[in-house]
Design a protein around this ligand. Structure first.
Ligand SMILES: [Zn+2]
Length: 136
């Protein structure tokens, strides 16, 4: 029997792009299985109707994650530079971790995109030729 699939945006039982399982989803599943005991075991997808909405949420999440982590690192560097002690290194690590966890509040998982053979090879070729130019 196929696993029931649910859209992570609208919550409807439907078909769509499969959500890629990552450590956050793994942690949520672990939590539901071992702590709250309400694991549903749904296959997570993003349906066609919700894709635009999903894309926006995903973009804002990835942007937030990058900027929050950078802010955390900047604070940590300042802290270590002025503190110059083991305690300030520890506090710096805590700040980075805290900022990272803060970005997870708007967590939106990645989806497995259907392969598009027409586009990606040319992109790759461009990237590798740029790399070659840099090397020479
Ligand atoms: Zn949906």
């Amino acid at each position: 029997m196929a696993k029931e699939q649910r859209c992570i945006i609208c919550g409807k039982e439907t078909r769509g792009l499969e959500v890629r399982e990552d450590y956050v989803i793994g942690a949520i599943r672990w939590f539901k299985r071992n702590v709250t005991h309400n694991e549903k075991g749904y296959g997570l997808v993003v349906c066609k109707d919700c894709y635009v909405k999903y894309r926006k949420a995903r973009d804002s999440y990835t942007k937030k994650q990058v900027s929050y982590t950078i802010i955390g690192i900047v604070f940590a560097i300042l802290l270590v530079a002025f503190g110059r002690s083991l305690g300030s290194v520890f506090a710096g690590a805590v700040i980075i971790l805290f900022m990272y966890l803060l970005s997870l509040l708007s967590y939106m998982p990645a989806v497995n995109m259907p392969p598009r053979p027409a586009r990606s090879p040319s992109k790759q070729a461009a990237a590798s030729s740029a790399e070659g130019a840099r090397k020479s």
